[in-house]
Design a protein around this ligand. Structure first.
Ligand SMILES: NC(=O)C1=CN([C@@H]2O[C@H](COP(=O)(O)OP(=O)(O)OC[C@H]3O[C@@H](n4cnc5c(N)ncnc54)[C@H](OP(=O)(O)O)[C@@H]3O)[C@@H](O)[C@H]2O)C=CC1
Ligand SMILES: O=C1OC[C@@H](O)[C@H](O)[C@H]1O
Length: 354
């Protein structure tokens, strides 16, 4: 009975790859704490066979229209919002096409390949009057909100002086299928854009306390060993962010050469420290709060499924309320992350253009 009062959202999914399988499985998960009702009404894929298999395997309780084109999803009147699960270099076109058809959009991370693309996408959505958000799901976990409350509201570790964040996943470029998005530069391969974005996000969650303020950034990359310099992408990236006014710094790393185990972030403050751990820096699971003059405590946050429904529920509430952006992941934040990645890539000599 109660679920009838929840906002309902009808999703069109484009791209039937890995992330879309995770996302729709979570959308259709039966949950006691659901804050929205999600229906998958359309799926767009490169082939009908792939689209039908995707539905059968990941959301068999749904009866979406399955199309062998993305355009049909954008034009389907039964779709409120398009979820974009294609490789990053396609996001710009996919978002602009969906927006032009008047659809709201949730687009996988990174929303764009650079800040200029991001700006164009944001402007297009604003002009068309539709909702747009980057699917930075990590920001929506209850544990992430609790960390922010502890650091910024309760000030449980005092003034923060340093943040370390590491996202390592064992996915060396040479071990991947050269045609896959995790190896091919044309499809956006590289550690910074794929996983470094999460390390930068955690640093931002803790240290971006003044709206519009930008840290000084320096960075270094270790590149894949392609023979042609133009084909190389970063296999490891190390970034230093300095916030001189706050007397604070962050060290953010991303690597495709090892898997980070357990704790992936540590925040040091004048009154103690907080460590954050979990499956990976994209999916946090526990906090360890260590006050200088108190007892250490560990707080666990188990989630059902993967946890993509937190962002999806938030989006459904925004759309129902007529908001065009989400307060937890506004377009200005996406833009700021894209600008930081632009400057990191430029300083390290990595370019995806052309
Ligand atoms: N939030 C998260 O935790 C995660 C986010 N991601 C993000 O999602 C995006 C997709 O990643 P992932 O699902 O791993 O990628 P996959 O390669 O597994 O899937 C991408 C899908 O995009 C479609 N596609 C359209 N054009 C192309 C093309 N030229 N080459 C390849 N695929 C194409 C294909 O679907 P079809 O044939 O059906 O059209 C393909 O299956 C990335 O931007 C990535 O950063 C990825 C993993 C986890
Ligand atoms: O969470 C993640 O882990 C694996 C990556 O390849 C992916 O894109 C990222 O979002």
């Amino acid at each position: 009975m109660a679920s009838k009062e929840l906002p309902g959202l009808r999703w069109g999914i484009i791209g039937c790859g890995l992330i879309s399988t995770w996302f729709v499985s979570d959308l259709v998960l039966s949950r006691s704490d659901a804050a929205a009702n999600h229906t998958i009404t359309a799926v767009g894929s490169s082939s009908l066979e792939k689209g039908n298999k995707f539905v059968f395997e990941n959301c068999p309780t749904q009866s979406p229209a399955v199309y062998d084109s993305y355009t049909d999803v954008y034009n389907d009147p039964n779709v409120d919002i398009v979820y974009i699960g294609t490789p990053h270099p396609l996001h710009h076109k996919n978002v602009l096409d969906a927006v032009a058809a008047g659809k709201h959009v949730l687009c996988e991370k990174p929303m764009a390949m650079d800040a200029q693309q991001g700006q164009e996408m944001a402007e297009a959505a604003r002009e068309r009057g539709v909702f747009l958000m980057e699917a930075m799901w990590t920001r929506f976990f209850p544990i992430t909100k609790e960390l922010q409350r502890l650091v910024h509201e309760e000030k449980s570790i005092g003034d923060v002086a340093a943040v370390w964040v590491d996202f390592g996943i064992y996915m060396p470029i040479k071990g991947c299928n050269p045609a896959s998005r995790t190896a091919s530069k044309k499809l956006g391969a590289g550690a910074l854009l794929d996983i470094g974005i999460y390390s930068l996000t955690w640093a931002s969650l803790v240290l971006d306390t003044t709206p519009g303020a930008t840290p000084d950034i320096s960075a270094n990359m270790i590149f894949s060993d392609h023979e042609q310099p133009d084909d190389r992408v970063d296999e490891q990236t190390a970034i230093v962010l300095r916030y001189p006014e706050q007397r604070a710094q962050a060290i953010c790393t991303a690597s495709l050469l090892y898997k980070t185990s357990g704790t992936f972030a540590r925040i040091e403050g004048s009154k103690g420290s907080i460590s954050v751990g979990g499956v990976a820096a994209s999916k946090p699971g526990f906090l360890i709060v260590t006050p200088k003059d108190g007892e250490e405590r560990r707080i666990d946050y188990p989630v059902e499924g993967m946890g993509f429904y937190y962002e999806a529920d938030a989006v459904a509430q925004d759309v129902q309320a007529g908001r065009l952006e989400n307060a937890t992941c506004p377009l200005s934040t996406t833009q700021s992350m894209l600008s930081r990645m632009d400057s990191i890539m430029a300083s390290c000599g990595l370019s995806y253009s052309g």
